[in-house]
Write a protein that binds this ligand. Structure first.
Ligand SMILES: CC(C)(COP(=O)(O)OP(=O)(O)OC[C@H]1O[C@@H](n2cnc3c(N)ncnc32)[C@H](O)[C@@H]1OP(=O)(O)O)[C@@H](O)C(=O)NCCC(=O)NCCS
Length: 259
């Protein structure tokens, strides 16, 4: 009896004996005429970006590529590379696994918050500033942290203003950026000065470019993989295996006998 197998369905890419096609474009033509940022946009949006859209995606990918070996994803990749010399892919994957809602992944939650805030402004016929103020009130009531605000290292994230100016100069700045600026002001008034961090900046821009929330985290992963590969390569080539032992202070019970 013949077994019927349902084929996977995809609208992204396909390959034949002599060709590879991405969203309907011949990869050979893309290789000659387009950049990596163009292809990231094409893969996720299904169309090639305009010049200003491409420049912003490119700038976002550059902005998140690395943030120092001590950043959670880079440190995790280095630890894995230090103890496991057999697998480059395992070390890079370990770094990716450290990316989450608090580190590098707040962009997705921030995009959801921006969409909900703008929806509130529309449906309640209130200003973006008032919607942002309510968002801060809700977070305070629930003891929640607002994604996209605050930073452990920077009192002002140097990447945010540059991305927002590029968006403004390129004519793609919209309500996403307006909402995050309003949120930053409301936080200063109601909580404390909290800078828009890179996750908040990229979330605002990706909202204005029409990306769905999951892309907020995914774009960080795409960009950070470049940095992780460099961190892992340096660990392999410059350092001895097993060189990392993190200083830990034990504060449990003192040594004792089994009774
Ligand atoms: C990035 C982050 C982890 C830094 O945390 P931190 O070093 O503890 O921050 P600070 O020492 O400056 O401030 C601590 C206090 O500020 C307030 N605060 C800091 N970030 C806040 C935020 N995003 N929303 C609301 N309040 C915040 C809180 O009152 C916090 O007090 P708590 O510890 O009692 O909750 C934090 O700002 C945060 O969780 N941000 C949201 C997640 C995010 O955007 N991550 C991406 C970082 S690039």
């Amino acid at each position: 009896m013949a077994i019927s197998v349902n084929p996977w369905r995809t609208a992204i890419a396909n390959s034949y004996d002599t060709g590879i096609w991405v969203r309907g474009y011949d990869v050979v033509s893309l290789m000659q005429q387009k950049s990596f940022a163009d292809i990231v946009f094409l893969l996720h949006q299904g169309r090639l970006p305009g010049e200003n859209e491409r420049r912003l995606i490119d700038a976002i990918l550059v902005s998140v590529a690395d943030h120092g070996s001590g950043a959670p994803s880079c440190a995790t990749a280095r630890l894995a590379a230090s103890g496991n010399r057999q697998s480059l892919s395992a070390a890079v994957a370990a770094g990716i696994l450290a990316i989450g809602d608090e580190h590098g992944g707040a962009g997705s939650a921030c995009m959801e918050m921006i969409a909900a805030g703008l929806d509130l402004a529309r449906t309640q016929s209130i200003s973006i500033e008032d919607a942002a103020g309510r968002c801060i009130d809700d977070a305070r009531k629930n003891g929640a942290r607002l994604p996209g605000l605050g930073h452990r290292v920077h009192s002002k994230d140097p990447r945010t203003d540059v991305l927002f100016s590029m968006a403004r100069d390129g004519g793609v700045a919209g309500d996403g950026i307006a909402f995050m600026r309003a949120l930053e002001s409301a936080a200063r008034e109601k909580i404390k000065p909290l800078p828009i961090n890179i996750d908040g900046a990229l979330a605002a821009i990706l909202h204005d470019l029409g990306f769905p929330p999951p892309f907020g985290k995914l774009v960080f992963i795409i960009g950070r993989v470049a940095g992780l590969t460099a961190e892992v390569a340096e660990e392999y080539m410059r350092e001895k295996p097993m060189r990392i032992r993190i200083p830990v202070e034990y504060d449990g019970v003192p040594p004792r006998e089994i009774e």
